[in-house]
Design a protein around this ligand. Sequence first.
Ligand code: AP5
Length: 217
Amino acid sequence: MLKNIILMGPPGAGKGTQAKKLVTGFNLIHISTGDMFRDAIKAGTELGKLAQSYIERGDLVPDEVTIGIVKERLAQDDCAKGFLLDGFPRTIPQAEALSELSKEIKRPIDVVINIDCDKDELIRRISGRRVCKSCGAPYHVETMRPKVEGVCDLCGGELMQRKDDNKDALEVRLSHYVHDTKPLLDYYANLGLLKTYDGAMGSEKLFDELTKLIKGE
Ligand code: AP5
């Protein structure tokens, strides 16, 4: 079984949706830098204050801050059972720092999953996305509706729209994806680690494909 996994893809490709199901199914530690920043903003910590303006504009939080929080989390004992990195790395310096760290702590990356998706579909998904205020589970107003309108199926929390899910911030996020993050696909392809999947397929079908990959079937 593959146990140390990176999940990549443009904003709205379905990383969070797949990550939440995969970590439950395979008992992996979910490390989502986006969730870590949003939790810090909610808690009003120094990290949250620093990250907030970057996130709301759609900009990337500076590398040294992001690398610092991932290093700290990845070195914790529970990550020995396997981890899924969701939204990290997003820049070449982040990928290089991760490569050094994974050698240092002897937790090598087994696979990099890239979920690909075209721009029109990303815009449709992001503009209709709603997330649970309490647990962060993602929904969509047309394609992934909760059983009860406005209420999370998993924890009963209230659904809301993310502050960075607006037209202006999305353009900035997509541009960072193209300029800063897409070059990582070649970086990981050259290391023989990259597996790309079509994010346009249904969420259940994609989950089945990723499950097979992780089980080594
Ligand atoms: P982050 O939270 O990582 O956001 P993102 O990468 O923009 O990705 P999203 O969460 O928007 O989308 P997703 O791919 O998870 O899609 P989802 O599953 O929700 O980062 C937020 C911000 O934090 C960044 O902009 C940056 O400022 C900062 N940050 C984070 N990491 C950083 C880093 N490493 N360095 C610097 N800064 C960093 O799905 C989207 C919608 O589509 C949902 O409505 C869902 O229901 C629907 N959907 C999902 N799958 C399907 C499907 N197969 N078919 C139909 N609909 C689907």
